[in-house]
Design a protein around this ligand. Structure first.
Ligand code: LRH
Ligand code: MN
Ligand code: MN
Length: 393
């Protein structure tokens, strides 16, 4: 595709202008692997400063107006005050991520633990997260359970599913009218024999049993190597059960690297499914969230890069010539159909995105503009002793 015709161009620009990408508070703090947390100068010391950094990402990209919180990593006295601070900075608070994986009590599981007292403690935390959503006005409660077993026979797989279903339905009943559960799955880690929610099928089955306010969230780093994620996207979209994404990149396991860095073609294929189902619009209710936790690269700049990579993949997906694709598919012309897709993928959309930013009153190159702004230098001089993203410090 060499030239983009004017009507395609205005359709694509309009869709990109309305795109919404949610950043994650934990991407701004220090993080590392189990071997080492590398500290960076100027990282936030509290949730307010994380929000200030997320607002900076939005200031330079224009498409990242909300930031997700993780509780208790982002625990504050007054969540309404935090929401008001975010608003002042030009962003809103997004999904509330529950954390039932960092307490000694959860060694054998949280909501699926064989001990009813531990299950009650985990459930109380999930209720607390819904209380926080009430205060922040958040729509989504994102649930990821590290629960599972390491050895055959350690616990009953079926009993754990029963306990999970019981906890989920208690949380579901606690949800307000406009709130929903986003249930996240992960193949392995930290449990290595069974995870209690290992795959989209398990998440889907629980969400189906719960009802319309429960949907599946796809974390792109949570699958076996080679899994066709866009197929999962298509199936969940068709069933009305896709709630959102935790975008990140992986080479091997749950690497949590910048989005679209390891496999930009996969990100494009995912966005093609979204675009072809007309699910990019906010009304479609899909939350496009970043869940990255990069270790060695500069924090804010790497989040800006991820946002730009999502934009690029989306722009390419929007450029797919849908009618040429449909007719090639109708004709059974395998190569022509594939060429339509590849044609869009191989288009250099960076000039288009620069124009978009110009129209939105932004600098065409967000990374250069961010660097020039001196934001990092300013916060570095005022923030001493930044905190870890959540773990490892
Ligand atoms: C689990 C996960 C989940 C957590 C986040 C920190 O691997 O993807 O979304 O909340 O990491
Ligand atoms: Mn995730
Ligand atoms: Mn993960």
């Amino acid at each position: 595709m060499t030239d983009i015709d004017p009507s395609t161009r205005s359709r694509v620009l309009a869709a990109l202008r309305d795109q919404r990408i949610e950043t994650a508070s934990w991407a701004f703090g220090n993080s590392g692997t189990r071997f080492k947390v590398f500290a960076q100068a100027g990282v936030p010391r509290n949730p307010y400063e994380k929000i200030a950094d997320a607002a900076t990402v939005h200031r330079f990209t224009g498409v990242a107006p909300t930031v997700a919180l993780h509780i208790p990593w982002d625990k504050v006295e007054d969540y309404a005050d935090l929401a008001a601070y975010a608003k002042e900075r030009g962003v809103g608070l997004g999904a509330i991520n529950a954390n039932v994986f960092q307490d000694d009590d959860y060694k054998l599981g949280s909501v699926t633990n064989p001990d009813p007292q531990v299950r009650a403690k985990a459930l109380a935390h999930l209720f607390e997260c819904v209380d926080i959503m009430d205060a922040t006005g958040s729509r989504d409660l994102k649930l990821w359970f590290s629960d599972g077993t390491n050895y055959p026979g350690q616990d009953s797989i079926r009993a754990r599913q029963d306990r999970l279903a019981e906890a989920l339905s208690a949380v579901y009943r606690r949800l307000g009218e406009d709130q929903r559960i986003l249930l996240e799955y992960k193949l392995f880690e930290p449990a290595f024999y069974t995870m209690d929610v290992p795959d989209w099928g398990t998440a889907f089955a629980h969400c189906l049993a719960l009802g319309g306010k429960a949907q599946v969230v796809i974390d792109t780093g949570h699958h076996a190597p080679g899994t066709n994620i866009e197929f999962i996207v298509a199936v969940l979209l068709r069933a009305g059960k896709l709630g959102g994404f935790d975008f990140n990149s992986r080479f091997y396991a749950d690497d949590d690297l910048m989005v679209g860095a390891a496999d930009p073609f996969q990100l494009f294929r995912i966005m093609c499914e979204i675009v072809s189902a007309d699910a990019l619009r906010a009304e479609a209710g899909i939350a496009f969230m970043l869940d990255q936790c990069h270790n060695i690269e500069p924090k804010i700049q790497a989040v800006i890069r991820s946002v730009m990579n999502v934009q690029e993949a989306t722009a390419k997906a929007l450029l797919v010539d849908a009618s040429a694709l449909a007719s090639a598919q109708r004709d059974g012309d395998v190569l022509a159909a594939n060429e339509v897709l590849m044609d869009a993928y191989q288009t250099d959309v960076r000039p288009l995105l620069r124009d978009l930013r110009g129209e939105m009153g932004l600098e065409p190159d967000p990374i250069a503009a961010y660097k020039q702004s001196g934001y990092l230098e300013t916060v570095t001089s005022s923030r001493v002793g930044g905190n870890a993203a959540g773990w490892g410090a």
